[in-house]
Design a protein around this ligand. Structure first.
Ligand SMILES: [Zn+2]
Length: 358
């Protein structure tokens, strides 16, 4: 009887210990490094949350459904999203709220303040000026409006102007590059360009001339590659001179390209939740982020489209901790990679390193 009692006591104690250790939150709380973050890859339109959408609609007199569930489905990725093309269709609604200077400026301000409240201390917000011209704004108006929003936020942030993959928009892409040249600053404004859109339909190799011009103008750039298309897309982007790649998640499919990325010190802007939702990686248990990290590839963690994906950068870190046992040392390394690759001045990089304890 005594033995039984003693055994039961031991079992209860063991259960208590297991319970403590088994709680993912309580376990990771004590071992995580990151509580301040840097987001190098987030799209303005994709970062509009339902709350932000409501504010943008109200200020512009645009009617939105009153039903919360309907609103949520309007501004978030559907559960049956099958690929990047499906995913890209989710941007129509937030974009429709950002077709006036007021709407665009306020969206930059609200998105920046929202991520600041979630622990982000530096962000590069990207958007395509050519997607904000359906109500009379020019691309230049769209740049001025975004700069106005940027000026009002307390978040340290810069803008990346996206060109778009597609048909019939070569002139619009050229205009974006010319405007990037005109507005380019080292800090506190337009700092780089990118190309976004349907990578599998409009391959990276088609855009060589565009990035040759950016190089000629001395405009820094990142390129979405190796997301919906394979490693060749990344190899092309590197050949154009990109030292940052949006995603690049599929380089594991070609070890030579993975080696090239490592050898050139190219930084990958990886976004786990986005990759899961667009099915860039089919089996998320094999998500290659920590493999790349241990191979010495310069990876960073980002959100991509935190609004429509219903995530935050803190969530992305917690996801990697929980599913891939991301360590504090690895988190430190990732944040350091993000500072090194940021399109910003050395002065800001120094401040960020201090804030992050790097
Ligand atoms: Zn992206």
């Amino acid at each position: 009887m005594r033995r039984f009692k003693y055994g039961a006591l031991l079992a209860a104690f063991a259960l208590l210990l297991t319970g403590c250790a088994g709680g993912a939150e309580s376990q990771t709380d004590s071992v995580r490094y990151a509580d301040k973050y840097i987001d190098l890859h987030l799209h303005l339109d994709g970062s509009v949350t339902v709350d932000i959408a409501k504010k943008l609609a109200e200020m512009q007199g645009i009617a939105l459904p009153a039903d919360e569930k309907e609103l949520e489905s309007m501004f978030t990725v559907p559960a049956d999203c099958t690929d990047l093309n499906d995913f890209l269709a989710c941007f129509d609604k937030p974009l429709s709220l950002m077709q006036t200077p007021e709407g665009l400026s306020e969206s930059v301000y609200l998105v920046a303040e929202n991520i600041r409240s979630q622990g982000v201390i530096y962000a590069e917000i990207r958007y395509a000026p050519q997607l904000h011209t359906s109500n009379g704004m020019t691309q230049e108006d769209a740049i001025k409006a975004a700069l106005d929003g940027l000026k009002r936020t307390q978040l340290k942030a810069n803008l990346i102007l996206c060109c778009m993959r597609g048909e019939g928009n070569d002139a619009a892409n050229d205009e974006t590059v010319e405007l990037a040249k005109k507005y380019l600053v080292e800090d506190g404004g337009v700092v780089a360009i990118d190309i976004a859109g349907a990578e599998a339909l409009y391959p990276t190799e088609n855009y060589e001339a565009l990035f040759a011009k950016a190089s000629e103008y001395g405009i820094p750039f990142t390129i979405h590659a190796g997301e919906a298309d394979g490693p060749q897309s990344v190899a092309d982007a590197i050949r154009f001179g990109a030292n940052r790649i949006g995603h690049g998640v599929r380089i594991f499919e070609d070890p030579e390209v993975a080696e090239l990325v490592k050898e050139k010190g190219v930084t990958l802007e990886m976004c786990p939740t986005s990759n899961r939702q667009t099915h860039a990686v089919d089996d998320m248990t094999k998500y290659p982020f920590t493999d790349y990290l241990s191979q010495g590839i310069r990876v960073t963690l980002n959100t991509d489209d935190m609004g429509i994906e219903q995530t935050t950068l803190a969530d992305e870190f917690r996801y990697m901790e929980k599913n891939f046992a991301l360590t504090p040392e690895q988190e430190k390394l990732i944040l350091g990679n993000a500072v090194d690759a940021a399109f910003t001045s050395e002065t800001v990089k120094k401040e960020l390193r201090e804030q992050l304890g790097l």
